[in-house]
Design a binder for this molecule. Sequence first.
Ligand code: C2O
Length: 552
Amino acid sequence: RITRHYKFDIQMRNVTRLCHTRNILTVNGQFPGPKIIAREGDRVVVKVVNHVANNVTLHWHGVRQLRSGWADGPAYVTQCPIQTGQSFVYNFTIVGQRGTLFWHAHISWLRSTLYGPIVILPKRGVPYPFAKPYKSVPIIFGEWFNVDPEAIITQALQTGAGPNVSDAFTINGLPGPLYNCSAKDTFRLSVEPGKTYLLRLINAALNDELFFSIANHTLTIVDVDAIYVKPFDTDILLITPGQTTNVLLKTKPHYPNATFFMSARPYATGRGAFDNTTTIGILEYQKPNSSHPSNAIGIKDLPLFRPSLPGFNDTTFAANYTRRLRSLANAKFPANVPQTVDRRFFFTVGLGTQPCPNNQTCQGPNGTKFSASINNVSYVQPTTALLQAHFFGQSNGVYSTNFPTKPPFPFNYTGTPPNNTMVSNGTKVVVLPFNTTVELVLQDTSIQGAESHPLHLHGYNFFVIGQGFGNYNPNKDPSNFNLIDPVERNTVGVPAGGWVAIRFQADNPGVWFMHCHLEVHTSWGLKMAWVVLDGKLPNQKLPPPPSDLPQC
Ligand code: C2O
Protein backbone atom coordinates (compact mmCIF):
# COMPACT_ATOMS: atom_id res chain seq x y z
CA ARG A 1 0.00 0.00 0.00
CA ILE A 2 1.70 3.16 -1.16
CA THR A 3 0.83 6.77 -1.84
CA ARG A 4 1.02 8.00 -5.44
CA HIS A 5 1.59 11.72 -5.85
CA TYR A 6 0.57 13.67 -8.94
CA LYS A 7 0.67 17.35 -9.80
CA PHE A 8 -1.93 18.56 -12.26
CA ASP A 9 -1.32 22.07 -13.59
CA ILE A 10 -4.42 23.32 -15.39
CA GLN A 11 -3.04 25.38 -18.25
CA MET A 12 -3.97 26.55 -21.72
CA ARG A 13 -2.42 25.11 -24.85
CA ASN A 14 -3.00 25.44 -28.57
CA VAL A 15 -4.22 22.21 -30.12
CA THR A 16 -5.05 21.71 -33.80
CA ARG A 17 -7.52 19.15 -35.13
CA LEU A 18 -9.41 19.15 -38.45
CA CYS A 19 -7.31 22.22 -39.42
CA HIS A 20 -8.86 24.23 -36.58
CA THR A 21 -6.59 25.51 -33.83
CA ARG A 22 -8.09 26.15 -30.44
CA ASN A 23 -6.57 27.32 -27.20
CA ILE A 24 -7.88 24.61 -24.88
CA LEU A 25 -7.69 23.77 -21.19
CA THR A 26 -5.26 20.95 -20.49
CA VAL A 27 -3.59 19.25 -17.58
CA ASN A 28 0.18 19.78 -17.79
CA GLY A 29 -0.19 20.74 -21.46
CA GLN A 30 -1.31 17.23 -22.41
CA PHE A 31 -4.36 16.38 -24.49
CA PRO A 32 -5.87 13.96 -23.59
CA GLY A 33 -4.61 14.42 -20.05
CA PRO A 34 -2.08 12.33 -18.12
CA LYS A 35 -2.75 8.82 -16.93
CA ILE A 36 -3.05 8.02 -13.23
CA ILE A 37 -1.78 4.57 -12.26
CA ALA A 38 -2.39 2.94 -8.91
CA ARG A 39 -2.84 -0.48 -7.40
CA GLU A 40 -5.97 -1.46 -5.59
CA GLY A 41 -5.50 -0.27 -2.01
CA ASP A 42 -3.15 2.62 -2.89
CA ARG A 43 -3.67 6.20 -1.83
CA VAL A 44 -3.75 8.76 -4.64
CA VAL A 45 -2.88 12.39 -3.96
CA VAL A 46 -3.35 14.88 -6.79
CA LYS A 47 -2.43 18.51 -6.32
CA VAL A 48 -4.45 20.55 -8.82
CA VAL A 49 -3.26 24.10 -9.54
CA ASN A 50 -5.49 26.37 -11.59
CA HIS A 51 -3.51 28.63 -13.96
CA VAL A 52 -6.45 29.48 -16.24
CA ALA A 53 -9.25 32.04 -16.21
CA ASN A 54 -12.02 29.42 -15.74
CA ASN A 55 -13.17 28.00 -12.44
CA VAL A 56 -12.25 24.30 -12.42
CA THR A 57 -12.93 21.10 -10.49
CA LEU A 58 -11.82 17.55 -11.27
CA HIS A 59 -13.79 14.36 -10.64
CA TRP A 60 -12.34 10.85 -10.29
CA HIS A 61 -15.16 9.14 -12.12
CA GLY A 62 -16.15 5.82 -10.57
CA VAL A 63 -13.72 5.98 -7.65
CA ARG A 64 -15.84 4.99 -4.67
CA GLN A 65 -14.43 7.72 -2.40
CA LEU A 66 -15.23 5.74 0.74
CA ARG A 67 -15.41 8.39 3.49
CA SER A 68 -13.46 10.79 1.23
CA GLY A 69 -16.42 12.58 -0.33
CA TRP A 70 -14.60 15.94 -0.16
CA ALA A 71 -12.36 14.65 -2.96
CA ASP A 72 -15.18 13.64 -5.31
CA GLY A 73 -15.17 16.87 -7.27
CA PRO A 74 -18.51 17.85 -8.88
CA ALA A 75 -18.76 21.64 -8.70
CA TYR A 76 -21.32 22.98 -6.21
CA VAL A 77 -22.04 19.43 -5.02
CA THR A 78 -18.98 18.34 -3.02
CA GLN A 79 -16.89 21.46 -3.43
CA CYS A 80 -16.77 25.04 -4.62
CA PRO A 81 -14.64 25.49 -7.73
CA ILE A 82 -10.87 25.96 -7.67
CA GLN A 83 -10.55 29.58 -8.79
CA THR A 84 -7.79 31.16 -10.86
CA GLY A 85 -4.50 31.00 -8.98
CA GLN A 86 -5.86 28.59 -6.34
CA SER A 87 -5.02 24.96 -5.74
CA PHE A 88 -6.68 21.98 -4.10
CA VAL A 89 -5.29 18.58 -3.15
CA TYR A 90 -7.55 15.62 -3.96
CA ASN A 91 -6.70 12.78 -1.60
CA PHE A 92 -8.37 9.38 -1.77
CA THR A 93 -7.75 5.65 -1.47
CA ILE A 94 -8.79 3.05 -4.03
CA VAL A 95 -10.78 0.32 -2.29
CA GLY A 96 -12.23 -2.83 -3.85
CA GLN A 97 -11.78 -1.73 -7.45
CA ARG A 98 -9.47 -2.93 -10.22
CA GLY A 99 -9.61 -2.13 -13.90
CA THR A 100 -10.07 1.21 -15.60
CA LEU A 101 -11.78 4.44 -14.58
CA PHE A 102 -11.12 8.01 -15.70
CA TRP A 103 -10.86 11.53 -14.38
CA HIS A 104 -12.54 14.56 -15.91
CA ALA A 105 -13.39 18.16 -15.17
CA HIS A 106 -16.79 18.45 -13.46
CA ILE A 107 -17.97 21.97 -14.14
CA SER A 108 -19.88 23.26 -17.16
CA TRP A 109 -18.54 21.55 -20.32
CA LEU A 110 -14.84 21.73 -19.44
CA ARG A 111 -14.57 17.96 -19.51
CA SER A 112 -14.58 18.23 -23.31
CA THR A 113 -10.78 18.64 -23.11
CA LEU A 114 -9.92 17.90 -19.46
CA TYR A 115 -9.94 14.13 -19.14
CA GLY A 116 -7.56 11.19 -18.80
CA PRO A 117 -7.39 7.51 -17.78
CA ILE A 118 -7.19 6.02 -14.29
CA VAL A 119 -5.55 2.60 -14.45
CA ILE A 120 -6.05 0.42 -11.36
CA LEU A 121 -3.83 -2.64 -11.19
CA PRO A 122 -4.62 -5.57 -8.91
CA LYS A 123 -2.83 -5.68 -5.56
CA ARG A 124 0.76 -6.84 -5.89
CA GLY A 125 0.87 -10.62 -6.15
CA VAL A 126 -2.84 -10.96 -6.88
CA PRO A 127 -3.39 -12.32 -10.40
CA TYR A 128 -6.06 -11.26 -12.86
CA PRO A 129 -8.92 -13.79 -13.12
CA PHE A 130 -7.90 -14.17 -16.80
CA ALA A 131 -4.67 -14.79 -18.72
CA LYS A 132 -2.09 -12.16 -17.91
CA PRO A 133 -2.05 -9.60 -20.72
CA TYR A 134 1.19 -8.91 -22.56
CA LYS A 135 0.52 -5.16 -22.54
CA SER A 136 -2.30 -2.84 -21.61
CA VAL A 137 -3.35 0.17 -23.66
CA PRO A 138 -5.85 2.90 -22.69
CA ILE A 139 -8.23 3.83 -25.51
CA ILE A 140 -10.18 6.91 -24.56
CA PHE A 141 -13.00 8.21 -26.74
CA GLY A 142 -13.77 11.90 -26.87
CA GLU A 143 -15.35 14.59 -28.98
CA TRP A 144 -13.56 17.41 -30.76
CA PHE A 145 -15.29 20.76 -31.26
CA ASN A 146 -13.96 23.32 -33.75
CA VAL A 147 -15.43 26.06 -31.58
CA ASP A 148 -15.30 26.43 -27.81
CA PRO A 149 -17.91 24.10 -26.22
CA GLU A 150 -18.37 26.67 -23.43
CA ALA A 151 -19.72 29.09 -26.04
CA ILE A 152 -21.94 26.35 -27.49
CA ILE A 153 -23.62 25.43 -24.23
CA THR A 154 -23.90 29.05 -23.04
CA GLN A 155 -25.68 29.99 -26.25
CA ALA A 156 -27.90 26.89 -26.16
CA LEU A 157 -29.02 27.64 -22.60
CA GLN A 158 -29.78 31.24 -23.55
CA THR A 159 -31.79 30.44 -26.66
CA GLY A 160 -33.47 27.35 -25.25
CA ALA A 161 -32.29 25.39 -28.29
CA GLY A 162 -30.37 22.15 -28.58
CA PRO A 163 -26.59 22.77 -28.63
CA ASN A 164 -24.51 22.22 -31.77
CA VAL A 165 -22.97 18.78 -32.04
CA SER A 166 -19.24 18.14 -32.03
CA ASP A 167 -17.18 18.08 -35.22
CA ALA A 168 -15.51 14.72 -34.70
CA PHE A 169 -15.24 11.76 -32.40
CA THR A 170 -11.74 10.94 -31.29
CA ILE A 171 -9.64 7.99 -30.14
CA ASN A 172 -6.97 9.17 -27.69
CA GLY A 173 -7.62 12.71 -28.91
CA LEU A 174 -7.28 11.84 -32.62
CA PRO A 175 -10.24 11.93 -35.06
CA GLY A 176 -8.74 9.65 -37.73
CA PRO A 177 -8.77 9.54 -41.52
CA LEU A 178 -12.49 9.79 -42.26
CA TYR A 179 -12.60 13.48 -41.34
CA ASN A 180 -11.34 16.33 -43.49
CA CYS A 181 -7.81 17.42 -42.78
CA SER A 182 -7.30 14.65 -40.25
CA ALA A 183 -5.46 11.68 -41.82
CA LYS A 184 -2.27 12.42 -39.92
CA ASP A 185 -4.21 12.62 -36.67
CA THR A 186 -4.95 8.91 -36.48
CA PHE A 187 -4.38 6.71 -33.45
CA ARG A 188 -2.16 3.75 -34.35
CA LEU A 189 -1.84 0.73 -32.13
CA SER A 190 1.24 -1.34 -32.97
CA VAL A 191 0.96 -4.96 -31.94
CA GLU A 192 2.92 -8.19 -32.19
CA PRO A 193 1.34 -11.43 -33.35
CA GLY A 194 0.22 -14.14 -30.95
CA LYS A 195 -0.13 -11.91 -27.91
CA THR A 196 -2.97 -10.86 -25.64
CA TYR A 197 -3.48 -7.13 -25.19
CA LEU A 198 -5.69 -5.55 -22.56
CA LEU A 199 -7.50 -2.57 -24.07
CA ARG A 200 -8.83 -0.15 -21.49
CA LEU A 201 -11.77 1.52 -23.22
CA ILE A 202 -13.14 4.74 -21.77
CA ASN A 203 -16.01 6.80 -23.14
CA ALA A 204 -15.18 10.40 -22.23
CA ALA A 205 -17.35 11.83 -25.04
CA LEU A 206 -19.64 14.65 -23.96
CA ASN A 207 -22.89 13.61 -25.54
CA ASP A 208 -22.69 10.29 -27.36
CA GLU A 209 -22.92 6.61 -26.58
CA LEU A 210 -20.62 4.70 -28.91
CA PHE A 211 -20.40 1.36 -30.65
CA PHE A 212 -16.84 0.06 -31.02
CA SER A 213 -15.27 -2.74 -33.02
CA ILE A 214 -11.96 -3.87 -34.53
CA ALA A 215 -12.06 -5.43 -38.00
CA ASN A 216 -11.44 -9.19 -38.11
CA HIS A 217 -10.75 -9.43 -34.37
CA THR A 218 -12.91 -10.68 -31.53
CA LEU A 219 -12.92 -8.88 -28.19
CA THR A 220 -13.30 -10.58 -24.82
CA ILE A 221 -15.04 -8.40 -22.26
CA VAL A 222 -13.48 -8.95 -18.82
CA ASP A 223 -14.17 -5.88 -16.68
CA VAL A 224 -16.57 -2.93 -16.70
CA ASP A 225 -16.35 0.18 -14.51
CA ALA A 226 -13.39 -1.37 -12.62
CA ILE A 227 -15.26 -4.54 -11.61
CA TYR A 228 -14.56 -7.94 -13.19
CA VAL A 229 -17.32 -9.57 -15.21
CA LYS A 230 -17.84 -13.12 -16.49
CA PRO A 231 -15.74 -13.02 -19.66
CA PHE A 232 -17.56 -13.21 -22.99
CA ASP A 233 -16.63 -12.72 -26.63
CA THR A 234 -18.13 -10.14 -28.91
CA ASP A 235 -17.21 -8.43 -32.17
CA ILE A 236 -18.92 -5.17 -31.22
CA LEU A 237 -19.43 -3.44 -27.92
CA LEU A 238 -21.43 -0.48 -26.66
CA ILE A 239 -20.00 2.05 -24.24
CA THR A 240 -21.89 5.04 -22.88
CA PRO A 241 -20.33 8.26 -21.64
CA GLY A 242 -19.13 7.52 -18.11
CA GLN A 243 -18.57 3.82 -18.74
CA THR A 244 -15.27 1.99 -18.99
CA THR A 245 -14.71 -1.49 -20.41
CA ASN A 246 -11.62 -3.69 -20.32
CA VAL A 247 -11.34 -6.10 -23.22
CA LEU A 248 -8.77 -8.69 -24.20
CA LEU A 249 -7.57 -8.55 -27.78
CA LYS A 250 -5.80 -11.69 -28.98
CA THR A 251 -3.65 -10.83 -31.96
CA LYS A 252 -3.40 -13.20 -34.91
CA PRO A 253 -0.75 -15.93 -34.56
CA HIS A 254 1.28 -14.74 -37.58
CA TYR A 255 1.91 -11.41 -39.22
CA PRO A 256 -1.15 -10.86 -41.38
CA ASN A 257 -0.67 -9.19 -44.72
CA ALA A 258 -2.91 -6.29 -43.77
CA THR A 259 -3.72 -3.48 -41.40
CA PHE A 260 -7.01 -3.37 -39.53
CA PHE A 261 -9.27 -0.50 -38.59
CA MET A 262 -10.88 0.03 -35.24
CA SER A 263 -13.85 2.31 -35.30
CA ALA A 264 -16.43 3.95 -33.09
CA ARG A 265 -19.60 5.80 -33.94
CA PRO A 266 -22.73 6.77 -32.02
CA TYR A 267 -25.62 4.79 -30.72
CA ALA A 268 -28.10 7.65 -30.82
CA THR A 269 -31.78 7.55 -29.93
CA GLY A 270 -34.38 10.24 -29.76
CA ARG A 271 -32.52 13.38 -30.64
CA GLY A 272 -33.11 15.06 -33.97
CA ALA A 273 -29.57 16.30 -34.42
CA PHE A 274 -26.52 14.21 -33.73
CA ASP A 275 -23.23 13.53 -35.36
CA ASN A 276 -23.25 10.15 -37.11
CA THR A 277 -19.61 10.31 -38.19
CA THR A 278 -17.06 7.59 -37.46
CA THR A 279 -13.72 7.84 -35.76
CA ILE A 280 -11.09 5.37 -36.88
CA GLY A 281 -7.85 4.11 -35.41
CA ILE A 282 -5.41 1.63 -36.93
CA LEU A 283 -4.32 -1.73 -35.58
CA GLU A 284 -1.02 -2.53 -37.22
CA TYR A 285 1.19 -5.56 -36.83
CA GLN A 286 4.65 -4.09 -36.47
CA LYS A 287 7.56 -6.32 -37.51
CA PRO A 288 10.59 -6.05 -35.25
CA ASN A 289 13.26 -3.62 -36.56
CA SER A 290 10.92 -2.25 -39.18
CA SER A 291 9.50 1.22 -39.15
CA HIS A 292 6.89 0.16 -41.68
CA PRO A 293 3.88 -1.77 -40.58
CA SER A 294 3.12 -4.91 -42.51
CA ASN A 295 1.60 -3.79 -45.80
CA ALA A 296 -0.34 -0.80 -44.54
CA ILE A 297 -3.34 -0.34 -46.74
CA GLY A 298 -4.68 2.93 -48.00
CA ILE A 299 -8.02 4.56 -47.38
CA LYS A 300 -9.32 3.30 -50.73
CA ASP A 301 -9.01 -0.29 -49.50
CA LEU A 302 -10.87 0.65 -46.38
CA PRO A 303 -14.14 -1.29 -46.82
CA LEU A 304 -12.24 -4.58 -46.73
CA PHE A 305 -10.88 -4.19 -43.24
CA ARG A 306 -13.32 -1.81 -41.70
CA PRO A 307 -15.54 -3.31 -39.03
CA SER A 308 -19.27 -3.06 -39.52
CA LEU A 309 -21.16 -1.40 -36.71
CA PRO A 310 -24.87 -1.50 -35.85
CA GLY A 311 -27.21 1.20 -37.15
CA PHE A 312 -27.20 4.41 -35.12
CA ASN A 313 -30.54 3.57 -33.46
CA ASP A 314 -30.07 -0.18 -32.95
CA THR A 315 -31.67 -0.43 -29.51
CA THR A 316 -32.05 -4.21 -29.90
CA PHE A 317 -28.28 -4.57 -30.13
CA ALA A 318 -27.88 -2.29 -27.11
CA ALA A 319 -30.32 -4.31 -25.00
CA ASN A 320 -28.87 -7.68 -26.00
CA TYR A 321 -25.31 -6.54 -25.36
CA THR A 322 -26.01 -5.08 -21.91
CA ARG A 323 -27.94 -8.23 -20.89
CA ARG A 324 -24.78 -10.29 -21.36
CA LEU A 325 -22.87 -8.38 -18.68
CA ARG A 326 -22.71 -10.40 -15.44
CA SER A 327 -20.63 -10.11 -12.28
CA LEU A 328 -18.01 -12.80 -11.72
CA ALA A 329 -19.85 -13.61 -8.48
CA ASN A 330 -17.40 -16.28 -7.32
CA ALA A 331 -15.70 -16.95 -3.98
CA LYS A 332 -12.81 -14.56 -4.68
CA PHE A 333 -14.95 -11.84 -6.21
CA PRO A 334 -18.41 -12.17 -4.67
CA ALA A 335 -21.33 -10.02 -5.76
CA ASN A 336 -22.76 -8.54 -2.59
CA VAL A 337 -26.19 -7.83 -4.02
CA PRO A 338 -28.56 -6.48 -1.38
CA GLN A 339 -31.16 -9.25 -0.96
CA THR A 340 -33.57 -7.10 1.01
CA VAL A 341 -34.67 -3.53 0.40
CA ASP A 342 -35.24 -0.74 2.94
CA ARG A 343 -36.43 1.92 0.52
CA ARG A 344 -37.86 1.77 -2.99
CA PHE A 345 -37.78 4.65 -5.45
CA PHE A 346 -39.24 5.10 -8.91
CA PHE A 347 -37.63 7.90 -10.94
CA THR A 348 -38.68 9.03 -14.39
CA VAL A 349 -35.82 10.40 -16.45
CA GLY A 350 -36.20 12.38 -19.61
CA LEU A 351 -36.66 15.65 -21.35
CA GLY A 352 -39.22 18.35 -20.70
CA THR A 353 -39.72 22.04 -21.26
CA GLN A 354 -39.44 25.33 -19.39
CA PRO A 355 -41.32 28.54 -20.08
CA CYS A 356 -39.34 30.92 -22.23
CA PRO A 357 -38.19 33.98 -20.25
CA ASN A 358 -40.13 37.13 -21.22
CA ASN A 359 -37.50 39.02 -23.12
CA GLN A 360 -36.34 36.04 -25.18
CA THR A 361 -37.30 34.07 -28.23
CA CYS A 362 -36.77 30.44 -27.38
CA GLN A 363 -36.05 27.80 -29.98
CA GLY A 364 -37.32 24.78 -28.05
CA PRO A 365 -40.61 22.97 -28.84
CA ASN A 366 -43.55 25.43 -29.25
CA GLY A 367 -41.36 28.35 -28.33
CA THR A 368 -40.37 26.84 -24.96
CA LYS A 369 -36.91 26.22 -23.58
CA PHE A 370 -35.51 22.68 -23.62
CA SER A 371 -35.21 21.18 -20.17
CA ALA A 372 -34.72 17.79 -18.53
CA SER A 373 -35.73 16.32 -15.21
CA ILE A 374 -35.95 13.41 -12.80
CA ASN A 375 -39.48 12.92 -11.47
CA ASN A 376 -40.30 16.21 -13.16
CA VAL A 377 -37.79 18.11 -10.99
CA SER A 378 -35.20 19.98 -13.01
CA TYR A 379 -32.18 20.51 -10.77
CA VAL A 380 -31.08 24.04 -10.03
CA GLN A 381 -27.42 24.44 -9.19
CA PRO A 382 -26.93 26.27 -5.88
CA THR A 383 -24.26 28.93 -5.33
CA THR A 384 -22.50 26.94 -2.61
CA ALA A 385 -21.57 23.26 -2.33
CA LEU A 386 -24.25 20.86 -1.03
CA LEU A 387 -21.74 18.83 0.97
CA GLN A 388 -20.44 21.86 2.87
CA ALA A 389 -23.99 23.00 3.58
CA HIS A 390 -24.88 19.50 4.82
CA PHE A 391 -21.74 18.96 6.89
CA PHE A 392 -21.96 22.29 8.69
CA GLY A 393 -25.73 22.07 9.20
CA GLN A 394 -26.40 25.01 6.87
CA SER A 395 -28.64 23.37 4.31
CA ASN A 396 -31.47 25.82 4.93
CA GLY A 397 -31.88 27.91 1.79
CA VAL A 398 -29.38 25.76 -0.14
CA TYR A 399 -31.42 22.62 -0.73
CA SER A 400 -34.62 20.94 0.39
CA THR A 401 -34.97 17.29 1.37
CA ASN A 402 -38.26 16.61 -0.40
CA PHE A 403 -37.08 15.08 -3.66
CA PRO A 404 -40.12 13.06 -4.82
CA THR A 405 -39.82 9.27 -4.48
CA LYS A 406 -42.14 8.80 -7.48
CA PRO A 407 -43.37 11.01 -10.33
CA PRO A 408 -45.95 13.65 -9.31
CA PHE A 409 -48.40 12.56 -12.00
CA PRO A 410 -48.18 9.10 -13.57
CA PHE A 411 -48.70 8.71 -17.31
CA ASN A 412 -47.93 6.20 -20.03
CA TYR A 413 -44.20 6.88 -20.06
CA THR A 414 -43.49 5.14 -23.32
CA GLY A 415 -46.66 6.25 -25.11
CA THR A 416 -48.05 9.62 -26.11
CA PRO A 417 -46.52 12.30 -23.89
CA PRO A 418 -48.81 14.42 -21.69
CA ASN A 419 -50.02 17.81 -22.95
CA ASN A 420 -48.09 19.69 -20.32
CA THR A 421 -44.39 18.82 -20.43
CA MET A 422 -43.29 21.70 -18.19
CA VAL A 423 -40.85 20.67 -15.47
CA SER A 424 -40.61 22.22 -12.02
CA ASN A 425 -37.30 23.66 -10.81
CA GLY A 426 -35.61 22.97 -7.51
CA THR A 427 -32.53 21.90 -5.58
CA LYS A 428 -33.93 18.81 -3.92
CA VAL A 429 -32.22 15.79 -2.39
CA VAL A 430 -33.14 12.43 -0.90
CA VAL A 431 -31.79 11.80 2.61
CA LEU A 432 -30.77 8.22 3.41
CA PRO A 433 -29.77 6.93 6.85
CA PHE A 434 -26.42 5.11 6.86
CA ASN A 435 -26.55 1.59 5.35
CA THR A 436 -30.03 1.96 3.85
CA THR A 437 -30.49 -0.57 1.06
CA VAL A 438 -32.01 1.16 -1.92
CA GLU A 439 -33.87 -0.19 -4.93
CA LEU A 440 -34.26 2.37 -7.66
CA VAL A 441 -36.19 1.92 -10.89
CA LEU A 442 -35.24 4.40 -13.60
CA GLN A 443 -37.93 4.81 -16.23
CA ASP A 444 -37.29 6.59 -19.53
CA THR A 445 -40.06 8.94 -20.64
CA SER A 446 -40.98 9.47 -24.26
CA ILE A 447 -41.42 13.22 -23.83
CA GLN A 448 -39.75 14.53 -27.00
CA GLY A 449 -38.95 10.99 -28.05
CA ALA A 450 -37.69 7.91 -26.25
CA GLU A 451 -34.02 8.30 -25.52
CA SER A 452 -31.35 6.26 -23.80
CA HIS A 453 -29.88 8.05 -20.76
CA PRO A 454 -26.58 6.89 -19.23
CA LEU A 455 -27.28 7.51 -15.54
CA HIS A 456 -24.22 7.88 -13.33
CA LEU A 457 -24.17 7.66 -9.54
CA HIS A 458 -21.25 9.17 -7.62
CA GLY A 459 -19.72 7.48 -4.57
CA TYR A 460 -21.20 4.05 -5.26
CA ASN A 461 -21.34 1.08 -7.51
CA PHE A 462 -24.78 -0.38 -7.97
CA PHE A 463 -26.08 -3.71 -9.20
CA VAL A 464 -28.18 -3.71 -12.36
CA ILE A 465 -30.82 -6.24 -11.34
CA GLY A 466 -33.28 -5.81 -14.21
CA GLN A 467 -34.09 -4.02 -17.43
CA GLY A 468 -36.98 -4.01 -19.85
CA PHE A 469 -38.97 -2.12 -22.45
CA GLY A 470 -42.26 -0.33 -21.97
CA ASN A 471 -43.56 0.83 -18.60
CA TYR A 472 -42.09 -0.81 -15.51
CA ASN A 473 -44.65 -3.08 -13.87
CA PRO A 474 -44.04 -3.37 -10.09
CA ASN A 475 -46.35 -6.40 -9.86
CA LYS A 476 -44.67 -8.44 -12.56
CA ASP A 477 -41.13 -7.30 -13.35
CA PRO A 478 -39.45 -7.94 -9.95
CA SER A 479 -39.97 -11.69 -10.37
CA ASN A 480 -37.37 -11.55 -13.16
CA PHE A 481 -34.78 -9.62 -11.17
CA ASN A 482 -31.29 -11.12 -11.09
CA LEU A 483 -30.10 -11.10 -7.47
CA ILE A 484 -27.31 -13.64 -8.09
CA ASP A 485 -24.79 -12.23 -10.56
CA PRO A 486 -26.01 -8.85 -11.83
CA VAL A 487 -23.36 -6.56 -13.26
CA GLU A 488 -21.95 -4.04 -10.79
CA ARG A 489 -21.12 -0.60 -12.17
CA ASN A 490 -21.38 3.17 -11.75
CA THR A 491 -23.10 4.18 -15.01
CA VAL A 492 -26.04 2.41 -16.64
CA GLY A 493 -27.97 3.14 -19.80
CA VAL A 494 -31.67 3.62 -19.06
CA PRO A 495 -33.03 1.96 -22.22
CA ALA A 496 -34.78 4.16 -24.79
CA GLY A 497 -38.47 3.44 -24.22
CA GLY A 498 -37.78 1.25 -21.22
CA TRP A 499 -36.54 0.99 -17.64
CA VAL A 500 -33.69 -0.34 -15.58
CA ALA A 501 -33.67 -1.41 -11.91
CA ILE A 502 -30.64 -1.03 -9.66
CA ARG A 503 -29.78 -1.72 -6.02
CA PHE A 504 -27.11 -0.25 -3.78
CA GLN A 505 -26.32 -0.06 -0.10
CA ALA A 506 -25.83 3.46 1.25
CA ASP A 507 -22.63 2.69 3.17
CA ASN A 508 -20.71 5.81 2.14
CA PRO A 509 -21.66 8.97 4.03
CA GLY A 510 -21.65 12.21 2.07
CA VAL A 511 -23.53 13.97 -0.70
CA TRP A 512 -23.61 12.04 -3.94
CA PHE A 513 -24.56 13.40 -7.31
CA MET A 514 -26.60 11.32 -9.76
CA HIS A 515 -27.04 12.52 -13.31
CA CYS A 516 -27.29 11.69 -16.96
CA HIS A 517 -23.75 11.55 -18.36
CA LEU A 518 -24.89 13.12 -21.63
CA GLU A 519 -23.61 16.57 -20.77
CA VAL A 520 -26.41 18.39 -22.56
CA HIS A 521 -28.97 16.62 -20.37
CA THR A 522 -27.00 17.44 -17.24
CA SER A 523 -27.00 21.10 -18.32
CA TRP A 524 -30.77 20.91 -18.79
CA GLY A 525 -31.28 19.63 -15.23
CA LEU A 526 -31.32 15.80 -15.43
CA LYS A 527 -29.56 15.46 -12.09
CA MET A 528 -30.20 15.17 -8.34
CA ALA A 529 -28.28 14.27 -5.19
CA TRP A 530 -28.47 11.74 -2.36
CA VAL A 531 -27.45 12.80 1.13
CA VAL A 532 -26.18 9.75 3.01
CA LEU A 533 -25.97 10.32 6.77
CA ASP A 534 -23.15 9.22 9.05
CA GLY A 535 -23.41 5.92 10.87
CA LYS A 536 -22.83 5.54 14.61
CA LEU A 537 -19.33 4.04 14.56
CA PRO A 538 -16.25 6.22 13.98
CA ASN A 539 -15.46 4.44 10.72
CA GLN A 540 -18.97 5.20 9.46
CA LYS A 541 -18.58 8.96 9.54
CA LEU A 542 -17.38 11.45 6.96
CA PRO A 543 -14.27 13.21 8.33
CA PRO A 544 -14.15 17.02 8.31
CA PRO A 545 -13.06 18.75 5.08
CA PRO A 546 -9.40 19.31 4.19
CA SER A 547 -8.18 22.79 5.13
CA ASP A 548 -7.58 23.80 1.48
CA LEU A 549 -11.16 23.04 0.39
CA PRO A 550 -12.09 25.94 -1.93
CA GLN A 551 -14.73 28.40 -0.73
CA CYS A 552 -17.43 29.85 -2.97
CU1 C2O B 1 -18.27 11.39 -14.87
CU2 C2O B 1 -20.74 13.36 -12.36
O1 C2O B 1 -19.48 12.40 -13.64
